[in-house]
Design a protein around this ligand. Structure first.
Ligand SMILES: O=C1C[C@@](O)(C(=O)O)C[C@@H](O)[C@@H]1O
Length: 151
């Protein structure tokens, strides 16, 4: 079985496509997950895609990623980005290379979005590329872990 990477989306990202489309665009979570699955496959990786509106469930999946020997995590923690010490601690606890992603450019928005508890536990952060940020995150993660693009 190809090596797994976890793609985790947090609260309200199930509403992508209908939620504030002027900020988040019109693509849906299903579009995000398809993009991630295809991009990961291009590097011989399997994207395990999950979304939850609950902090504890996201933490459980971060722990699960270690059990599954995941090669990496792509995480859009949504609003928990700006509040969750517990998600930060989970990422530090599992020591799996992580990329933080945001659909919107959080630094061009309200000041309460300018701080991320995830960033300190991630090796890279991407924001403002729309859903293409997930594709870019997987390419960067693949490079970091030495996964080779399939011909
Ligand atoms: O829910 C979200 C989505 C978000 O993570 C993004 O993808 O742009 C940015 C967060 O500030 C916000 O709470």
């Amino acid at each position: 079985m190809p090596q797994p990477i976890y793609v985790l989306n947090g609260p309200n990202l199930n509403l992508l496509g209908t939620r504030e489309p002027e900020i988040y665009g019109k693509a849906t979570l299903a579009d995000v997950e398809k993009l991630c699955t295809e991009t990961a496959a291009g590097f011989g990786l399997t994207a395990i895609c999950r979304q939850s509106n609950r902090e504890g469930e996201l933490i459980d999946w971060i722990h699960q990623a270690r059990t599954d020997k995941a090669a990496g995590i792509v995480l859009n923690a949504g609003g928990y980005t700006h509040t969750s010490v517990a998600l930060h601690d989970a990422l530090v606890g599992v020591q799996i290379p992580t990329v933080e992603v945001h659909v919107s450019n959080v630094f061009a928005r309200e000041s309460f979005r300018h701080h991320s508890f995830i960033a300190k536990a991630a090796f890279a952060s991407l924001c403002g590329f729309g859903i293409d940020g997930y594709r870019l995150a997987i390419i960067g993660l693949a490079t970091k872990i030495g996964a080779v693009a399939k011909a």
